[in-house]
Design a protein around this ligand. Structure first.
Ligand code: ATP
Ligand code: MN
Length: 459
């Protein structure tokens, strides 16, 4: 049994085995209290080791922080406060010692910056154990949400040959020897590379998901995406996980309903199923985060257009680093202001200027905006970017040409608009941003086990 299950039992002196790593050890006059954790929950199992225990002087020093231990003994009602049961050991096996002079996790609280440098040990802390469990629970909830609604999970490729997505931000994939790249007078000769053409890591599975949505109606992807973001922010990673539903026979308004319902589903799931960890975040990481999330699940998201948002921002009289004017992309300072100062709840902003959005977004009849929708949340700003897709062949083609893109690269994407085209929509949710939102963790590097960002690749 894991510690989580043992702690739920009544201590009746039953024989049990408990295995885990020592978190703390506390000595009193007659006994040592050893707290074991096995990662099953945030709470520890207390082992009460009396000085009269056989070979106490040999075993006790080896039960230092970080040591792995198997204890056989009896589960009894705890004498102390702070736990309902504890273990009286009959037999203790130290599986692996952890030299106290060297073991890095000694202090009760280390800085997150320091813990990033020891990513091999940080899951043994309360915070990173809880983040790992929440992340896993949220992944499960994501699959449940879509599975309950008949969405098909589609695996879109990690290596992509379409340079259509986000040009500047892509990582290259090549087997060229870097000191001997074949060039012709026209530049690099990609015909001699592994795939015979340029290849990159995907920045989004959307375009491929659209293919499947136009056959299976409702699909989603959930996998790693890559962006060579050359920015050191607390919200950007070079490798992150994205959830991307894509729905046929679906317009922007149903798309928004889905995004809102989806987020609330995930929040409710963790509030119900990860109670202990959420209480930890709510007291130790972000005061009141549980109440905030509960409130969000009970109220509706605000919905405004980009034009209204710009007017609100101007009206606020606030001095932004980037002054607000119609036509500009909203910066994170604006996004945060809209959601945490103006509305104090999640906000869905729609109908952005077409010139700042991707070529595939459906154009509105006003000729200057597109049916985009971004979901903004307090503390973080954008966590979802989505849109209704342009489903008219002629308008898509002219937009591709207008933006100076090479239509040859989009032949299949255009064909989807020639054969059985239908209004369809979707969005991309940054998984790590949602975890930040749920846990209150400030830095995105602390909600993914092994963060990759510009200038850092330690593990
Ligand atoms: P931002 O303006 O915040 O960089 P974006 O407009 O580039 O976001 P999209 O291309 O719409 O974002 O991607 C969809 C979602 O993926 C975003 O709403 C965000 O949650 C997430 N996301 C985008 N870039 C990153 C990144 N570098 N690291 C982590 N999550 C990201
Ligand atoms: Mn970006």
């Amino acid at each position: 049994m894991r510690i989580k299950e043992l702690l739920a039992l009544e201590g009746k002196g039953q024989h049990i085995t408990v295995e885990g790593w020592v978190r703390t050890k506390r000595d009193s006059r007659d006994v040592s209290f050893v707290a074991l954790n096995d990662g099953s929950c945030i709470d520890n199992m207390q082992v009460v080791l009396p000085k009269s225990f056989p070979l106490f002087d040999d075993i006790e020093p080896r039960l230092s922080n970080g040591a792995s231990v198997t204890v056989r003994g009896r589960l009894v009602k705890s004498q102390g406060t702070g736990q309902s049961v504890e273990v009286l050991p009959d037999e203790i096996t130290v599986q692996g010692e952890a030299n106290p002079a060297e073991y890095p996790l000694q202090k009760k609280r280390h800085s997150f910056e320091f813990l990033r440098e020891i990513a091999h040990l940080r899951p043994r802390t309360n915070t990173f154990g809880a983040v790992a469990r929440i992340r896993s629970a949220m992944s499960y909830a994501i699959h449940s949400y879509f599975n309950e609604r008949g969405f098909v999970y589609v695996h879109t490729p990690v290596i992509t040959g379409s340079d259509c997505e986000g040009a500047g931000e892509m990582f290259r994939v090549t087997t060229f020897p870097l000191d001997k790249i074949p060039v012709t007078k026209d530049g690099v000769d990609f015909s001699r590379d592994f795939f015979g053409k340029e290849a990159s890591l995907t920045v989004s599975g959307q375009l491929e998901a659209e293919i499947y949505a136009l056959a299976l109606k409702n699909v989603y992807t959930f996998g790693p995406t890559f962006r060579a973001e050359n920015s050191n922010t607390s919200r950007h990673l070079a490798e992150f996980w994205m959830v991307e539903p894509e729905m046929a026979f679906c317009d922007i308004s149903l798309n928004m309903d889905t995004a809102e319902e989806f987020i609330k589903y995930i929040l409710k799931y963790v509030l119900t199923n990860c109670r202990l960890d959420m209480e930890f975040f709510s007291t130790m990481i972000e005061k009141g985060v549980v109440e905030n999330l509960e409130h969000i699940t009970e109220s509706s998201f605000e919905r405004i257009t980009y034009t209204e948002a710009v007017n609100e921002l101007k009206k606020s009289g606030k001095n932004f680093d980037y002054p607000v004017e119609w036509g500009m992309d909203l910066q994170s300072e604006h996004e945060k202001f809209i959601t945490q100062e103006i509305f104090r709840k999640p906000v869905i902003v729609t109908d952005y200027p077409r010139d700042i959005k991707a070529f595939y977004m459906k154009q509105n009849d006003d000729g200057r905006t597109v049916r985009a929708m971004d979901v903004l949340v307090p503390r973080l700003g954008e966590i979802i970017g989505g849109s209704e897709r342009e489903n008219d062949h002629g308008r898509l083609l002219s937009r591709i040409r207008e933006m100076g893109l090479d239509e040859k690269n989009y032949w299949w994407y255009l064909e989807l608009r020639k054969y059985g085209s239908v209004p369809h929509s979707g969005f991309g949710l940054g998984f790590e941003r949602l975890i930040q939102f749920v846990t209150g963790m400030q830095n995105i590097r602390d909600v993914i086990p092994f963060p990759r960002c510009v200038g850092t690749l330690d593990f």
